[in-house]
Design a binder for this molecule. Sequence first.
Ligand SMILES: [Cu+2]
Length: 758
Amino acid sequence: MGLRVGYRLLIFAILAKFSIGYQKYAQPIKLSQPEKDGTYAFDMVITRKLTMSFHNDNVYLHGTPVDYDPKTMQWSKRDPDQTVDCFANYAMNPNTNPQDASAMEDILTYDGLHKRVLAVNGISPGLPIVVPYNSSVLLRVRNKVLMDSLSIHVHGIDKHGMWFMDGVSYVQQCPIHSTNYFEYRFIADNKGTHWYHGHMQTDRGDGLYGSFIVVDPNDRSVPVDKTGKREIPSREYVVMIADWATEWSVNAWQNLDDKTLKWMYGFDNVTQCWQSTRIIDGSNVGGAVPISSILVNDKGWWNQDDMLNRPHNLPLERFSINENESVLLRVINGGVAQELMFYVEGHNMTIVGADGDEVVVPMPIDKLIIFPGERYDVLIHGLPNPTKKIYYIQMETLQYWNWNWTVSPTTYGFAFLEYENPSLPIDTTPPHVSDPTCTSTKLCTALNCPFEDYPFKNISCVPYNALRFPYPEQIDPEILQDKAFNSGFEEHFINMHYGSHMDNFRFQFPTGIPYYHSDNLDLISTNCSTVNCPKDAVKDDRNCRCFYYKKHKLGNIVQLTIYNMGNGGGMGTGYAHPIHIHGTHFYVMKVGWPTYNASGFIDKMNPDMACPGDTADCNLIGWADNSWNNGAVQGMNTKNPSRRDTITLPTGGYIVIRFRALNPGWWFAHCHLELHLMDGTGWAYKVGDDDQIYMPPDNFPKDCGVFKLDKLPDLRLPNGGTTPQSTGSPISLQLATIWCHFIICLLSIMLISHYQVH
Ligand SMILES: [Cu+2]
């Protein structure tokens, strides 16, 4: 008993130490402190945590649900006592009652509803990790979730040589099973804004993510223009934005796999029927699910009526700023499906970083579109003379059409940029969601549209390949070569079409780690072959699920042309995919768009590829012009391309990216829309031959996957030991036991009947 209480106290102490739930204002990032040996170590206890509740008033971590009323702006708590009415509630007064103030610190507000999300040390997004560049990092992960396994991937860190610390379940490690403990160690080898998230099936969609920031402690400046001018922001905030679904991610996936998506609101919900959505160019929103709220860090609100009409009454995220102060917003889309348009009312945004690397943009940007997996660093300057205390930070979905081509409502989310100056007036006028500063005579610019331009909305698109790396002299000259290569170069074409297809195959995770089975991958995976999955296989043919992977020679320049064309790559059938490659950053050499008609719909496939149209089979094709082969692609940026780890492939178009394959190991690449990854848009890749790939530590867990027995196991004891009844065979021992039980039973019956008779 004492042990159990002690254990509870320990967990309580761990969670109480870490858990900082509701805070009215976002906190600027702070450099973490190293341990004595210089390692930056972090305990990550993964549990399910009930949102809108607190647990920190008792060592048993029993929960008390809370509620918030946007009309009265009153927090209240319920009473978990079984004898009290379920919905009896009691006002909380955190400003005057210290117990309520302490309880607030444990509340994850999320969308204002109650759901058990995956939390790291009691919070989601999990603890922000801020470490110096090139520091040694240790993540101590303890899976305390009842039944689910998980793994943790730090997205944006290339982990040179240490492919086995990259965290992709079944490509790089066995999942961390429930109750298990696992340590990740690696070097923080890329500066900038990164993040960590679950990488076991749908785990990240239930809240398993957080920010991972790598800074140069001696130089916190950012580039502000192409002249080399730099500036040091006085505060830096993480702005983790996400489309938070109404449905558990595993149910969302099963509805997709079962083709029962329209019951996403519930099979027994007789008033609502759900349909998927599409964006303005007529392509689809990938893996869209009903959205409860757009979250900013841990705050959002489930009700769009409240969000649009009384956002000032809601417990939304607030970022502080002063007049003339420069503030860096490290914006991360940690969501599952929706690209989000992000902007700050009344303030210019300067984009200074993308996926951690510094960039400059040659033109002013008013709005930023950010896909799941991407990060953008946005520098804003406090106004010299603000006219009000609080400005809106607005996020909105790009979905425009329902599946049946009726107009789909936009979902909005807000946070606040709040001046600290107490003399400024608070203006609670609801937001003008269709930005009045964008007019037909003065179009607003939006960076990173998934189509070439907006046909209306008074917005003009700036494609992400307009981003420039500010120090092109640091780029490997062969990356910038525009002539055909003679050697040391490999060119691959991949068609990522529909929401799940890779050259007609659909990626399926192996059941074990490929590294340990490289001479017999068939034991743990299904080979991608046209025998199982013929070229004319129907879209949903499950035999097309297989272990799709590429091999790259160590040291080669790898050029990937990823395209989205033919059947599954056009108007009404295609999806823009945010593609993330693990284990390397890559240079954005070119983006090719389709053509669009006057309404903005995708019309024809980009003519640079030999794809005749959106009903044709365009798998395994190449350049329309053969002279573009071997690296001589026309129209690439061979001067100052930006360096990314996640970029978006437009429907009907293509991207050309390059990297030098310097990081040996087994890696993964995939669409960062959760349900697309689940459904097959991914590929593993192997850099180097087996003898060039660093071995995991000897005690690395490698025994997941397949266990087979070709006969009844022999009963063996260690060191030639013998059983006490060494003369009896196991079978005769069992018979003897049964015989004994029979005799005891018989004697008992005789005794009982003896006493009953008398
Ligand atoms: Cu996708």
